[in-house]
Design a protein. Sequence first.
Length: 567
Amino acid sequence: MARPEKIRLGEILLQQKLMSEEQLQFALAEQKRTGRKLGRLFVENGFVTEEQISSALARQLNIPYLNLKQTNIKPTAVRLLSEIQARRFRAIVLDDQEPAMLVGMADPTDLFAYDEITRLVKRNIVLAVVNETELLATIDNVYRRTEEITDFARELEQELGETSVEFGSAGLAPGSEDAPVVKLLQSVFDDATQIRASDVHIEPQEKRLQIRFRIDGVLHLQTEADAKIAGSLALRLKLMSDMDISEKRAPQDGRFVIKVRQQQIDVRISTMPTQFGESIVMRLLNQGGGALNLDRLGMPKAMLERFRSIIKRPNGLVLVTGPTGSGKTTTLYGALSELNTQEKKLITVEDPVEYRLPGVNQVQVNEKIDLTFAKVLRASLRQDPDVLLLGEMRDQETAQIGMRAAMTGHLVLSTLHTNDAVSTPIRLLDMGVPRYMMGSSLQAVLAQRLVRVICESCRQVHSISPHEREWLSHDLLGQVDQHTYHAGRGCGHCNGTGYRGRIGVYELLEMTSPVVAATHNEDAAHFMRVAKQQMGGHTLRKHATELVLSGVTTVGEAMRISNEQEE
């Protein structure tokens, strides 16, 4: 392919009638004032979308525009450019077949980048236009740190030598950024952040140390190393999180903040003594993440409207239920974000504080200094709040205080570990909450789970198994074969899993007059019947089936949700 000509992006967009002369002049003035890229200014001001810019460049240069989400990335081809080069030139090698190499560029008019790539790969290249946001997300995903982590682990093994004495303090002095233990941990955090891992598990076995990442709710092995480095890693992490480094026989909890790829990551760490050393689990919370928004959770439209109207009531208790890791906190924070206005005082009582919200008074429970849920909750009520978020209703005492707060003019949001919405009021009664209190306080229960979303890049038609057919027939009643089902094949975008990201599955029980009346009946089965009638069949299972039929998730994921409920 011939070297592209230098062309002006603004002129192309004007010629193709995608932008007005006034908009172009405004953006040019902004570019002169700020020094920022013109294309970015066009998008941020809402003049055009990234797709429109990419398509316009493709038409002008007569080259293809590729959607990276639907392009099968070859890891061997990608690595012909290093990650630094790919980010610098906003380019990615998509195919290295003869006679020319296919390179996707966000800005194919960047002649310097074109010349540098040609020099680096020493081949003729053919260009395609790619969307910059998709390009950066793809770079994040495909440049894994597996080899780097393995190399640093070997380096640490060599530094420790053959002796069994722990040199965990190696590399703990000031200015020790080049110590192998520091480089290894930094590389682990870089890789975990890059592939959206929620947890990092460091687990010593008899002869090996395994490091695993939880991605979209499922654990994946990252690397294995010599077991002798486990002590050094544990010691380094304990120092970072202000734990007692001399105590190895008792579990400990801590936290620290680390900067990874220009983002602040809040790390919650838990250590536990096992047969072969200390097992360490770290929860990664990205404080620089996007704003939490109810619209992005995947709740059905009619249910979302009802939920919004319920949380806007001046008082009452709203519960979000589900097992650990089902996204309850994210839903509650989405609700808090909508309620967070200048006219309202919001207080949260949590253990730990998972997301930071500007304008909200967030309190971290600390059992060590007797700052318990109950104590903080009582103190919070004297702070004149409008909305109170209670991280979890742990016991009878916190449940009753929360209920009383809901009865006395406060909106209380909280979570509870129950399998579904209809069993939640019964669980509250089991916890010792009086029936009159529940009937007058509880407004609604939202039960939820998370299912994995099929990867867009390798999504294909899937033939269902007899077991899956039987499960579907419960809801589809003889119409199973009238639908098409999908699954992911596994590709570079999803690390071979066939899934990328997760979405919520929901059911909502609103405490209407008939449901409240049923709570006063001693017969739990009678209450369950009335509650199910009120929900009108809009259950977790029904929502999961709808996601299967719309091609968002697989039958296997929907079945997993159903099995969790039935346990």
